[in-house]
Ligand binder design. Structure first.
Ligand code: URA
Length: 183
């Protein structure tokens, strides 16, 4: 099977998944989007209202900021895969429950395996703590971290930068560091 087909298979498993309660309230599951040969994967927390409506990741206000920052460092949507820890929206955007993360994470692990990116960018504390363990965001942002044979890079979640606009420039600087490491 081609890698592209494998990724499609994972995505159809996600759209029909009933492994946690979130399948009862979602409109659409949101597997993620981008090419199978993406060199960078961006991982957020969970779909919000716009993502649930459309089935596409990061298309609401946070998504617009994330996509703008990606573009600013000269990456195109063909260079990146965008997804989240959870593939279904938690009601009222509450923080994901541990059981939901445990049910959903194998899909993310399969996506990472087939895409095999150069760098995995974790945006926000939920992505960071569930993939590489607890970090204080103030210490973590702008840093690369090697774990499980992969290279991670950490930054703030764009929603945090919408709440606190001074973080936009911090994210911008983080993303410049990310770009410098990409070959
Ligand atoms: N926030 C996330 O973490 N993921 C999305 O897809 C949208 C908003």
């Amino acid at each position: 099977m081609t890698r592209e087909r494998t990724l499609q298979r994972i995505h159809s498993e996600i759209t029909s998944c009933t492994k946690c309660v979130l399948h009862e309230s979602r409109t659409n599951a949101v597997p993620g989007e981008g090419p199978v040969d993406a060199k960078v994967i961006f991982i957020g927390e969970a779909p919000g209202a716009r993502e649930d409506e459309t089935g596409r990741p990061f298309v609401g206000r946070s998504g617009k900021l994330l996509r703008a920052l990606i573009k600013e460092i000269g990456l195109s949507e063909d260079d990146v895969f965008i997804t989240s820890i959870l593939k279904s929206r938690p009601p009222k955007n509450r923080t994901p429950h541990k059981s939901e993360v445990l049910a959903c994470k194998p899909y993310l692990e399969k996506q990472i395996e087939v895409i095999n990116p150069q760098v995995i960018v974790l945006v926000g504390g939920v992505a960071i703590s569930n993939l590489i363990g607890p970090w204080k965001l103030g210490d973590a942002h702008g840093r690369f971290y090697e774990a499980n044979g992969r290279t991670y890079f950490m930054s703030y979640h764009p929603a945090a930068a919408l709440r606190n606009p001074s973080l936009k420039d911090v994210m911008r600087e983080d993303f410049v560091k990310l770009k410098q490491e990409l070959v």
